[in-house]
Design a protein around this ligand. Structure first.
Ligand code: MF3
Ligand code: CO
Ligand code: CO
Length: 270
């Protein structure tokens, strides 16, 4: 069965997958999360982001999987690596990481046609107190969003929960990028906003697969995209962080497809 006929579509054009489809998402999500675990061993001051990307590219190939980002809208890398004030879609390159740099590594793999999309934060060398706080608040905001996932709640409930939590910590939520449906495709309806009003937006149903991937800034929320047409940065140059999980809606909550096999950045915060 191909992606056009699998399951059904809601009135909002959101695909409802079938019970047997969760296993494929778990396999893809697990590989993406395992590669993020491995990436931690490749982050240090003096390392280039291109070297981290080379490692991930080789590992995806070794696992017999496919990178979803290589060739996507002309993108040529197996990861996005977003350092310090880069919000998302940072392009791996020859620049070396400095002591205290924080970075997001975002990996999307395809396993047997299913997409696993996840990202986490890392530090090169010593983590500053303010970066540590930003990273913790960003991860907590993702988990607050995931805790809102259950049938009957709305996508607006997810965005509202994330925004309320982040703003209570005196940080800001990026508006210019959002999460997305995924499954047999990389980006599908709906747009999963990380801000919004409770009770608005499509109603969550069992069988929906999507990402939640809040970007949080220490300063103002505005971003701009650099001349390379990919790299998004904070306009005020403030530090930015992001975490991303791929999840499925179950009968009573969320099934997180991209949990770390090694238990890193687990919901229990170990
Ligand atoms: N993985 C990103 C996301 O979370 C998308 C990256 S697209 C790329 O949706 F082309 F920049 F890699
Ligand atoms: Co995504
Ligand atoms: Co991603």
């Amino acid at each position: 069965m191909n992606e056009e006929t699998r399951g059904r579509l809601t009135r909002d054009g959101i695909r409802i997958y079938e019970p047997g489809d969760y296993a494929g998402m778990h396999a893809a999500g697990k590989l993406a999360a395992q590669l993020l675990d491995e990436a931690a061993e490749h982050v240090w001051p003096g390392q280039t982001t291109a070297a981290i990307d080379d490692y991930i590219r080789a590992r995806i190939e070794e696992e017999g999987a496919t990178s979803a980002t290589i060739g996507y809208k002309g993108y040529q890398h197996a990861t996005c690596i977003s350092v310090n004030h880069v919000v998302c879609h940072g392009i791996p390159g020859p620049k070396t990481l400095k002591d205290g740099d924080i970075l997001n590594i975002d990996i999307t793999v395809i396993v047997d046609g299913w997409y696993g999309d996840t990202s986490r934060m890392y530090v090169a060398g010593k983590l500053s107190r303010k970066a540590e706080r930003l990273i913790q608040v960003t991860h907590d905001s993702l988990m607050v969003g995931i805790e809102t996932v259950k049938p009957g709640n709305t996508f607006g409930d997810i965005g509202h929960a994330i925004q309320a939590y982040v703003e209570s910590q005196r940080m800001s939520v990026v508006r210019d990028f959002c999460g997305h449906g995924l499954g047999r495709v990389f980006h599908a309806p709906p747009n999963v906003l990380h801000y919004g009003r409770a009770g608005t937006g499509p109603v969550l149903e069992e069988g929906m697969f999507f990402t939640i991937e809040p970007m949080v800034n220490l300063g103002r929320p505005e971003t701009k995209v650099l001349a390379d047409d990919w790299t998004a940065v904070t306009r005020d140059k403030s530090l930015s962080a992001q975490f991303e999980h791929s999840v499925g809606v179950t009968s009573d909550g969320a099934d997180i497809f991209t949990l770390s096999p090694a238990g890193r950045f687990h919901p229990t915060y170990d």
